[in-house]
Design a binder for this molecule. Structure first.
Ligand SMILES: [Zn+2]
Length: 233
């Protein structure tokens, strides 16, 4: 096999390896961060916090209402017991009762408001939980496809590396160095095929004699325009 053809084969292996590696990296990054799952988790956490906060608020409001109820019971029993005779004291007691009733009513209103919000929050919590289950299932399904692809790509990568290791020793060091340098300069394409007396990579025409030399020369022939290593079938 001519060294130009060997380099062309190596280039095919290297470019495929580059694609496979890029895809492996992309899949691994995707598996590491899943936006949908992060969003579902954040929604569920937020719903849990809201629910918990409202439950605490409701407990506090109930305590307050109860303490007003106790105060009211005491005040009313004092009033109806008939122990207080002093008109001023009676008036004050009645004022107290009115004030306690007003505070208690405010508290009950607040309690009702919390209960309404708690109901909405319970519904949101239920929906957030359902959404989390659906998202988890979806992510697992998606990831199983990705995982299968990843395994295939890793096998491909291993095979390509084995092929590469088999080709490398057949190329002399100087030629390999030349190939590696050209790959860097020419975006991975160091070797170009001659098709109809032209360099396939840059399109520049070659004289028939030059094109023929690619075929017959024992040394590497470069494209006079782009400097790539030429090979022909
Ligand atoms: Zn060229």
């Amino acid at each position: 096999m001519s060294s130009a053809l060997t380099l062309y084969r190596l280039q095919q292996i290297d470019n495929r390896l580059k694609q496979v590696t890029a895809r492996i990296n992309l899949i691994q990054a995707q598996l590491d961060t899943n936006v949908e799952l992060q969003e579902a988790t954040s929604r569920l956490n937020s719903a849990q916090v809201t629910s918990h906060t409202l439950e605490q608020e409701l407990i506090e409001a109930e305590k307050k209402t109860n303490s007003f109820r106790v105060k009211l019971n005491i005040a009313e029993s004092n009033l109806y017991a008939g122990r207080i005779q002093n008109p001023k004291e009676l008036q004050d007691l009645q004022k107290d009762i009115t004030s306690i009733k007003k505070n208690m009513a405010d508290c009950e209103d607040k309690q009702l408001d919390i209960m309404i919000r708690l109901e909405a929050s319970a519904l949101e919590l239920e929906n957030a939980k359902k959404n989390m289950d659906v998202t988890k299932g979806k992510v697992i399904a998606e990831n199983s496809t990705l995982m299968a692809e990843l395994i295939t790509l890793q096998k491909d990568s291993e095979n390509l590396n084995v092929q590469r290791q088999a080709v490398i020793p057949t190329i002399d060091e100087t030629t390999l160095g030349q190939y590696e340098n050209l790959r860097i300069k020419r975006s991975g394409f160091a070797v170009s095929q001659v098709i109809e007396n032209a360099c396939d990579a840059c399109g520049s025409a070659l004289t028939p004699a030059y094109a023929q030399s690619v075929h017959t020369s024992s040394r590497l022939v470069l494209c006079p325009m782009c400097g790539r290593i030429l090979y022909s079938n």
